[in-house]
Ligand binder design. Sequence first.
Ligand SMILES: C[S@@+](CC[C@H](N)C(=O)[O-])C[C@H]1O[C@@H](n2cnc3c(N)ncnc32)[C@H](O)[C@@H]1O
Length: 324
Amino acid sequence: MHRSLAARLARVRVFGRSPVNAYLRLNGFLWSRLPARVTVSTPARAYGRFLHGLVRLSAVRRQNFGTFFFRNRPLLKLIRRLAEDREWGSTLSIAFLACSNGSELYSVLWTIRCARPDLNVVSHAVDISPDILALAREGVYSLDTPELVPARIFERMNVEEMRAMFDGNGDARVAVKAGLKEGITWHVGDAGSPGFADVLGRHDMVVANNFLCHMEPPDAERCLRNVARLVKPGGYLFVSGIDLNVRTKAAVDLGWRPVRELLEDIHDGDPSMRDYWPWSYWSVEPLDKRRADWHVRYVSAFQLGEPPATPPSARSAALVTVAR
Ligand SMILES: C[S@@+](CC[C@H](N)C(=O)[O-])C[C@H]1O[C@@H](n2cnc3c(N)ncnc32)[C@H](O)[C@@H]1O
C-alpha cells in the first residue's frame, strides 16, 4: 500500500479515538508482561517489526533537544580510532549538525583531544534553534535539571569523566573546560537548506545524529543527501537516529562505503534508541543478520567519495554564523 494512504488510514479516528492507537496500547500492555526470552524470539521480533511499522505510520513526528554526554560509547570509540589514523600535528575538521546543547559535540571533542592532543581540531557546530545553540556555546549545565533538554544528560558519564571535562560552578552547575571550546565556530542553520554545503565547507568528519528520525522519510532523505555534501572526499559521515530505509537507500544510491568496525556495538550503543523499540517511532529495530542487506542497513558510519557539486545558483545565506 502507498505509504501516505497507509499513514492516513493509521490516523483514522472513530468517535474521536484512533483504533490503531488502541490496538498499539493493548499490544504494549501485553508485551510488557511477556518474559524477555519471548520478546527476543524470532516470531516476537517479526511481530514487533509490524507494530513498529504501525507506530511510525501513526506517529506525529516532532523535533526535540534530547541528548546525552557519551550518548553512544562504541561510536566514540570508532571516532577515536579514526582520529588516531591522522598524521601527526595535522588538522582535523569536523561538522556537528543538530548539536543541541553541545553534549555530543563536547563528548566527541574530548575523546579526540584525549587520544590525539597534537591534532589541530577545527569544528563547526550547527543547530536550527538559536536558543539551544546559545546553551551549547556557553557550555554551562545544571546538574539536576538541564536547561531545555528533556533528558538526564550526565547519566552516562562516570565521576572521573565529569572531573576531567568540567569545572564546578558552585551553584549545582558545571562548565565545560575552556580548552574544549577552542576552535569551534557556531552557526544557527537548517541542515536541509540548499547551499548549506557551500557556506559550511567540507569536512573530514560530519556528525549528524538523532534529528533525521524526527522528519517524515522524504524530508529526512533530502536532508541526508544535503548533509552528505559536507563530507570531504574520503571523509566520514556518522549518521544514526534515522529511518533505516532512508539511510540504506541513500548509502546504496550514493555508493557510500560502510565502516563495519564496531557495527553491532554502535547499533546497540545508545540505550534510548534501543530500549523503546517498537513503541517509539524514533527507536531502532534489533539487528537482524538474516536480512540480505544487514551489513549496510545497520551501519551508522560511512566513508564517502566525491559528492555531487551544488550549482552556484543555490548559494544562499543558509547559515547565520554566530561567532567563534
Ligand atoms: C534530539 S537532538 C539531537 C542532538 C545530538 N545530535 C545527539 O545526537 O544527541 C535534535 C536536534 O536537532 C536540531 N534540529 C532539528 N532539525 C534541524 C535542522 N533541520 N537543522 C539543524 N538542526 C536541526 C534540534 O534543534 C535539536 O537540537
